[in-house]
Design a protein around this ligand. Structure first.
Ligand SMILES: *C1O[C@H](CO)[C@@H](O)[C@H](O)[C@H]1NC(C)=O
Ligand SMILES: *[C@@H]1O[C@H](CO)[C@@H](O)[C@H](O)[C@H]1NC(C)=O
Length: 505
């Protein structure tokens, strides 16, 4: 199914020997027929218009306004990329790139200002109708995320994802958007990055609502979120799919955790279980439920700590069955990898109780994984290959959509490091596909620079640069936009020794 060709440049006869040695060696790799390419964004990160036309406050509005010190540059998404007013330019950029699909998200409080379906905000609905119709007019398939982190502030005050009623609230919102847009939207993503929603937001102060209450609410959040996702899946499956005939899935963020030494195999396996299989095991495994290492370790730690029961809540058998199988596709957001080890120094190293203490491993990032100026993002393409291989082997080779992958710079149009990153990661993905991984779609993060959560506007992930000082938020293609546009249009990856930092052979 996968056409694979090696092509070495053969211009040597035209030039002198010394120039010949300079000639880059290139490998051209082909993506399979039907493979779709696109770019991703999310509502809070691009739309702006935070209180326009009846939209009400979400947790990101609330946190950026009330606790600006949690954002590196003190910025907000009040205007962001102004996409609420600039959607036609966004679609024009997608056409310039030659994408097949565009992944974007809906703002809950723009559509349901009371958080509930008693009042539908027509202006918000019109915005998304305009965007969807503009995409379809140019043959671009909308891939729509129902929830990408911007929970209504009102629901947060009621406990947010820690309140079991969130299952109903979210399901009502999902039913509303299936009803409004499902005649044209054939790919739905229920929730983006559950681990980030629960761990970085309830157990830490890295993402809104920045509760930083460790060891309990992040596990309540995980249970309720999985049930909310599965409920929306079954609503779509039973009440909408027969007529609308689309696909619905969840997008998990998964980094790869590799043993630091041979004796760290168990630590790395447990890190993979805690850090991402927490969400994929209940949905994609044969048995369902939280992963075994989580159940065992958290129960044991909870007992030692004097809790009367495990801090990891249990699912009933009905709930396990409801969640198991509730995703048509494995949506995957992936960025980089870690080495992991465990030794006696880890005891007492993390605050207790906490997720990190429950898992109890050390994380190591190697300096040679640095690329460009980013201080936290790394480039570890072989980790992507290992992750895709693990998903194939562990879950019976599900269809995978890469719904995010990308690399930040600090600005400028000349973004060779991003080109290097994309080249190496796409190549690692093709390696896994050659061995049978059923990857069918790839969306780059991101179409354009945007409000990058706690990094504000300091980390720029865009194929297009956005001038956040201009009132119109002018967009300009970077070098990587031309590079990716070529891949999107030709479905070929050309990998040369000189567009990579490390040789491919
Ligand atoms: C790429 O190859 C060309 C020609 O062989 C060479 O002149 C150039 O320095 C190389 N670029 C990099 C970044 O290595
Ligand atoms: C445990 O692992 C950490 C992280 O790799 C390392 O820094 C530390 O020296 C190790 N401690 C012992 C006692 O081996």
């Amino acid at each position: 199914m996968i056409l694979f060709g090696l092509m070495f440049m053969t211009f040597c006869f035209k030039v002198s020997i010394s120039q010949c040695n300079m000639e880059p060696q290139c490998q051209v790799r082909q993506f399979p027929n039907g493979f779709s390419f696109g770019t991703s964004t999310s509502s809070y990160q691009i739309e702006g218009a935070w209180d326009a036309d009846g939209k009400t406050e979400n947790i990101w509005d609330h946190m950026t306004h009330s606790r600006p010190y949690l954002i590196r540059d003190g910025s907000t998404g009040d205007i962001a990329d102004n996409s609420y007013y600039m959607y036609k330019r966004d679609v024009e950029m997608l056409r310039e790139l030659g994408v097949d699909i565009y992944r974007f998200s809906l703002s809950w409080t723009r559509i349901l200002p009371t958080s509930f379906p008693d009042k539908i905000n027509e202006a918000g609905v019109e915005y998304y109708n305009n965007l969807i119709n503009e995409l379809l007019m140019y043959n671009i398939e909308p891939v729509v995320t129902v929830f990408h982190w911007d929970l209504p502030q009102k629901l947060q005050e009621l406990g947010g994802w820690a309140n079991p009623y969130i299952v109903e609230w979210y399901a009502d919102y999902a039913r509303t958007v299936f009803t409004l847009f499902g005649d044209r939207v054939k790919y739905w993503i229920t929730i983006n990055e559950p681990h980030q929603v629960c761990h970085y937001s309830y157990g830490n102060s890295f993402l809104a609502p920045a509760l930083d209450i460790k060891g309990v609410p992040e596990y309540l959040c995980a249970k309720n979120l999985l049930l909310a996702h599965a409920t929306a899946y079954h609503i779509y499956d039973q009440d909408f799919r027969p007529e609308q005939n689309g696909k619905i899935f969840i997008s998990c963020s998964a980094q790869w955790y590799e043993p630091l030494t041979e004796s760290d195999a168990e630590a790395a396996d447990e890190a993979n279980q805690f850090e991402w299989k927490q969400y994929s095991h209940p949905i994609f495994s044969k048995t369902g439920d939280f992963p075994p290492a989580m159940k065992k370790r958290i129960a044991a730690r909870s007992a030692e700590q004097g809790f009367f029961r495990s801090r990891l809540p249990e699912f009933t058998q009905d709930e396990i069955e409801c969640i198991r199988g509730s995703s048509d596709i494995f949506g995957l957001n992936h960025y980089f990898s870690y080495y992991v080890n465990r030794n006696d120094s880890v005891n007492g190293y993390y605050e207790s109780p906490s997720f990190n203490d429950d898992l109890s491993v050390f994380y190591t990032l190697l300096p040679e994984w640095n690329l460009g100026e980013s201080d936290y993002m790394k480039s570890v393409p072989w980790g992507f290959y290992k992750l895709l291989t693990e998903i194939r082997e562990e879950y019976g080779n599900p269809t995978v959509f890469i719904t995010e992958n990308g690399f930040p710079t600090r600005g400028g149009l000349d973004d060779d490091v991003r080109i290097t990153y994309f080249t190496e990661y796409l190549s690692a993905m093709l390696d896994a596909m050659e061995e049978g991984s059923d990857v069918r779609s790839y969306s780059a993060w991101s179409l354009m620079d945007n409000f990058e959560w706690s990094s504000g506007f300091t980390e720029k992930f865009g194929l297009y640069e956005v001038d956040h000082n201009s009132p119109l938020r002018t967009r300009t293609p970077r070098k990587s936009a031309y590079f990716m546009g070529e891949i999107f249009r030709t479905h070929k990856l050309t990998r040369c020794l000189n567009n990579t930092q490390t040789p491919y052979l």
